[in-house]
Design a protein around this ligand. Structure first.
Ligand SMILES: [Zn+2]
Ligand SMILES: [Zn+2]
Length: 414
């Protein structure tokens, strides 16, 4: 409540400070009524107007979206996108899509921030957080005893493309990667104060306590879950991982933890698909036994999994387990590499983008509709833009249009 009232105060003062900018009567972009209480609302180069009442309603009810251009700077020093499927164009094109479709105007833009090292250490070791969370500039301010010296150099290797990285996927830019990785975490934490969608990179679900891998440095969703539980006293959190790869880092973080139910749907192929973990019999340990669910698809691409399999898994396993768990909030590792358009080595499945909207709608039935999605993997630009659009439409309560025939049939049965 305090957070809301602080934001409300700052927004109201912002509205009034902008009143002088309202020249004549402008139509509100939401209710279309001509109003002198209009505010310039900038999204990129677009200027739109929103009336005071819609603005307040929007603030009280709207879904949040969070994005920061700092995350574009994380890129391989070779500068060649073709070598690296996880590149800045991914979030840039999603952001443009949200602007072009007008969805951005229907959401509240949440301001991102860099996560603190303390927040990162909710999940990661101190060494890991210093190694990937500091740039040469802020490293100088650290306690000399914590300085990493040669250790940091040894962990990065020279890649065939000429850049630097932990591996050829997980590239490192000494000046910008730390800032971008911390921004991705901070954006998800900020967004979790309400519902919404985080347009973030680098992704996080492969990052383990002390290991960066598979494009990931810090596990944004896992850190946010710990933050919500430890700092905001949220007792039960459901994490649903829709990425085609198993979220080994998230599973590791909560394997013995009964307060966080982790559910992942992923291509497994008896451990032959990256990262190799996520077997169905990995169910948690100690008090966490039963609180780790792996829907581990197997059988390769013959045939590839699609909407029917994903919807069936939701209907028969995920939703019943989630209802019984009765979470207070749902966090979604929204990887879109299961969407059609991804080559076999990085996906190969045929789930439609619209199906992801439908799955989001199912999750909104839980936790009084408290659902926060954060982008993970997916590199086919059309696929990830379509899927992001479908998920945000679902969050906004818009009908997910042009459902695929499969989804249509399945949702009728449901
Ligand atoms: Zn490179
Ligand atoms: Zn993935």
């Amino acid at each position: 409540l305090l957070l809301y009232s602080q934001r409300l105060t700052s927004m109201i003062s912002e509205v009034f400070s902008n009143l002088n900018d309202s020249v004549g009567l402008s139509s509100c972009c939401n209710c279309q009524i001509k109003s002198s209480f209009a505010k310039v609302y900038m999204t990129g180069n677009n200027i739109t107007w929103i009336c005071f009442i819609c603005f307040l309603l929007c603030f009280l009810c709207a879904e949040g979206v969070v994005y920061d251009s700092l995350m574009l700077k994380h890129q391989c020093m070779c500068g060649n996108y073709a070598n690296h499927p996880e590149h800045a164009g991914r979030i840039q094109s999603i952001w443009s899509r949200l602007q072009e479709t007008g969805l951005l105007n229907k959401c509240e833009r949440i301001r991102g921030r860099k996560a603190s090292l303390e927040e990162i250490q909710l999940v990661h070791s101190e060494h890991h957080s210093l190694l990937y969370g500091t740039s040469p500039l802020n490293r100088q301010k650290l306690d000399p005893r914590k300085l990493l010296g040669n250790v940091s150099q040894k962990l990065f290797s020279l890649l065939p493309c000429g850049g630097l990285g932990v591996d050829s996927d997980t590239v490192w830019n000494e000046l910008h990667s730390a800032g971008a990785a911390r921004m991705a975490v901070g954006c998800v934490i900020e967004l979790a104060a309400r519902n919404g969608f985080a347009v973030v990179r680098p992704p996080g679900h492969h990052a383990e306590e002390s290991t960066a891998m598979g494009f990931c440095f810090f596990n944004s969703i896992a850190i946010t879950a710990k933050y919500l539980r430890d700092k905001l006293n949220i007792g039960k959190i459901l994490i649903v991982d829709l990425d085609v790869h198993h979220g080994n880092g998230t599973q590791q973080a909560f394997y013995a933890d009964p307060s966080i139910l982790y559910v992942s749907l992923h291509r497994y192929d008896e451990g032959n698909f990256f990262p190799g973990s996520g077997a169905p019999n990995e169910v948690g340990s100690g008090p966490g036994e039963g609180y780790n669910i792996n829907i581990a698809w197997t059988g390769g691409l013959d045939p590839p999994m699609g909407d029917v399999e994903y919807l069936t898994a939701f209907r028969t396993v995920i939703m019943p387990a989630a209802n019984e768990f009765d979470p207070e909030i749902v966090l979604v590792s929204a990887g879109f590499d299961a969407v059609e358009g991804h080559d076999p080595p990085l996906g190969g499945y045929k789930v439609t983008a619209k199906c992801f909207g439908h799955l989001t709608k199912q999750l909104l039935k839980l936790a009084d509709g408290r659902v926060v999605l954060a982008l993970e993997g997916g590199h086919d630009l059309t696929a990830i833009c379509d899927a992001s659009e479908a998920c945000i439409n679902a969050l906004l309560g818009n009908e997910v249009k042009h459902k695929s025939q499969q989804v249509e049939r399945m949702s009728k049965v449901w």
